[in-house]
Design a protein around this ligand. Structure first.
Ligand SMILES: Nc1ncnc2c1ncn2[C@@H]1O[C@H](COP(=O)(O)OP(=O)(O)O)[C@@H](O)[C@H]1O
Ligand SMILES: [Mg+2]
Length: 345
């Protein structure tokens, strides 16, 4: 596995159950997955990605290049936000004049948790570095600009596909992002009706098939006014939106990912409770270590705590808490209380 952060760490936990030996490409010997016992080699993610970019290269490209993904998905008939590559400094202003303000400028690759996503209010607010010199870069534009979607909600659907045999899909989750970073999710979805949820599953399954994904394919969807679904992005790996599957579904996304990439039979995806919620534990300005509050958080009955073994930094995901309940409101309440306890100064 390329990378040794929390996704690799939780995949390692699943690998132990199946006695699969996982080797991760880590940046340091104290990365979260290495601390969880994964074998590792030290290396740069970009180099490892290049080495492994054989089979599955096309699919991976869509996860790593937002411009290529938008273009391919639109050509294949999937609805995406209106967008354009930024080839020259004037392109953002032109796009805004045509589609209206605000617009969203995005780094074509390398962004995550909202890093690389800039909401631009008007022509006077365009950051000067956007589009400068891109016209001459043989790698093509570094930025794209897209219409700001007046979001009714954001949904995510996990699909798992194996090289031979049928795939499976998980129930839709509703995610809430603040400043581009996922704060929490609930399932079943509350912000949209069942027809939109059914369409989200159909869309994600069709997109994963189109891509030819192997393993977990997470599809992030925007719900635009009127319930219209737009594809935001895909990830070809376990995803933050699937963390509640560890306790909330009959097969966790991490077990499923291993089964899918090893071409083993996939597991059932049914929820094990009427409702689930997951709240991310995000580092605060004081950079305090949440593990000092572990006993207090463990007093919150029904909260499943996950600490990633990462140093706390403002805005950094350092853990998550899941809860199962009769309603999403109750589940969110339990998980939120445990997170609040962990973050108490
Ligand atoms: N076109 C858009 N309109 C409105 N909000 C957006 C748009 N693009 C991104 N966002 C917000 O920013 C978040 C992060 O953007 P995304 O493209 O998913 O980048 P990342 O790779 O950081 O997850 C989204 O989940 C959404 O909340
Ligand atoms: Mg995203």
């Amino acid at each position: 596995m390329i990378g040794a952060g929390q996704l690799a760490r939780m995949t390692q936990q699943a690998a132990v159950d199946l006695d699969v030996e996982l080797t991760v490409i880590a940046q340091t010997a104290t990365d979260p997955a290495v601390r969880a016992g994964a074998r590792y080699r030290i290396g740069a993610h970009a180099d490892a990605a290049a080495v492994l970019a054989g089979p599955g290269r096309r699919a991976l490209g869509f996860a790593q290049d937002k411009l290529a993904a938008r273009a391919d998905f639109r050509a294949a008939g999937f609805a995406v936000p209106a967008y354009a590559p930024v080839r020259a400094p004037g392109d953002v202003a032109d796009f805004g004049a045509e589609h209206g303000w605000p617009v969203v400028v995005k780094a074509r690759s390398g962004g995550y948790d909202g890093r690389g996503v800039i909401v631009v209010a008007g022509p006077d607010a365009i950051p000067p570095e956007i589009g400068a010199g891109d016209g001459d870069d043989p790698a093509g534009p570094a930025w794209l600009v897209e219409a700001y979607v007046d979001l009714v909600a954001e949904l995510a659907v996990l699909v798992a596909r194996r090289p031979s045999g049928p795939g499976v899909v998980y129930p839709v989750v509703e995610t809430t992002q603040v400043d581009g970073i996922c704060r929490h999710l609930v399932t079943p979805v509350t912000a949209v009706g069942p027809a939109v949820a059914v369409e989200a599953v159909r869309l994600a399954t069709a997109l994963a098939d189109h891509i030819g994904a192997v393993g977990i394919c997470a599809v992030e969807l925007f719900v635009a006014p009127g319930g219209r679904l737009l594809v935001n992005e895909v990830a070809l790996r376990p995803h933050n939106s699937g963390h509640a599957t560890i306790e909330g579904n009959r097969t966790s996304q991490f077990h499923q990912h291993l089964r899918a990439v090893l071409d083993w039979p996939l597991g059932p995806t049914d929820p094990v409770a009427p409702a689930a919620a997951m709240v991310n534990l995000i580092g605060t300005a004081d950079c305090a270590d949440p593990s000092r509050n572990l006993p207090a958080a463990l007093r919150v009955g029904g909260a499943y705590l996950h600490l990633y073994g990462k140093e706390s930094r403002p805005g950094r995901k350092i853990g998550h808490v899941t809860a199962l309940a009769a309603t999403t409101a109750d589940a969110l309440d339990v998980a939120s209380r445990a997170v609040a306890a962990l973050l108490t100064p």
